[in-house]
Design a protein around this ligand. Structure first.
Ligand SMILES: O=C([O-])CC(=O)C(=O)O
Ligand SMILES: [Mg+2]
Length: 233
């Protein structure tokens, strides 16, 4: 029989870096990282008003089987985010309020799952945030082996154990822990820069002037005219 592994030890990023990336949010952190790291948009927030960042505990499950989620709970620590994938596509509801209760008891901040969740009303009532591919009541079994804390791919994005996972209403971002401090610094610069832009846009400055886009529009052959010419070609 093949051996599967539950890896206990994970190298986590420092809490101040994780907090800074949560505050920056997914869109800004993703830009600051060089427009990399986003999970695909099929994985969506299933609630409003939640923004989290934490260290990834990764789980690779057999489709329709949540055995390895139970196995993963034991290696979670406060501040972690559970990232669950299946070895072939599945939207079964492999996670609900009981598993959320178990994760919360370990201090886990939330769940990102490339599959389905259920008990969504209770999850919302509990304030336990989930990002999932589907909401589906379809039940699952506990029968097949899998792995915990190995690299996984969720909605097209590689996620390694200990990656910084940032999740909010815009989606989910995964960054290598080693890049966290540099990205948090770039995100802070970006936020400061955006504050200035926001003020100028609110005062009526046009984006074409703010970003000096008029020469580019001209170069691209875009002309401002009062009326379309008879022969627009
Ligand atoms: O128990 C399951 O299979 C999933 C679920 O509904 C829960 O965690 O509450
Ligand atoms: Mg349930």
């Amino acid at each position: 029989m093949a051996t599967h592994y539950v890896v206990r030890s994970v190298d986590r990023a420092e809490p101040d870096v994780i907090a800074a990336l949560r505050e920056a949010g997914v869109a800004t952190a993703h830009e600051a990282a060089g427009r990399v790291g986003l999970l695909g948009p099929a994985i969506q927030a299933r609630q409003t008003g939640h923004a989290i960042a934490g260290s990834a505990i990764t789980v690779s499950c057999h489709p329709g089987d949540n055995l390895m989620i139970h196995a993963a709970v034991e290696v979670c620590r406060p501040g972690d985010v559970l990232v669950v994938t299946t070895t072939s596509p599945s939207t079964d509801g492999m996670f609900g309020d009981l598993l959320a209760t178990s994760l919360r008891a370990r201090g886990v901040l939330g769940l990102v799952i490339d599959a389905g969740v259920r008990d969504i009303a209770t999850l919302r009532e509990m304030g336990f945030p989930v990002w999932s591919r589907a909401v589906h009541a379809q039940g699952t079994v506990k029968a097949s082996p899998g792995s915990v804390n190995v690299p996984v791919v969720a909605a097209g994005q590689l996620v390694r154990p200990g990656d910084i996972v940032v999740a909010d209403e815009d989606g989910v971002l995964a960054l290598p822990a080693a890049r966290g401090r540099a990205v948090a610094g770039a995100a802070a610069e970006r936020l400061a820069n955006e504050a200035g832009k926001r003020e100028r846009l609110a005062a009526g400055t046009l984006g074409v002037d703010l970003y000096n886009l008029r020469p580019l529009l001209d170069e691209l052959g875009v002309r401002y005219v009062d009326r379309l010419p008879e022969d627009p070609a």
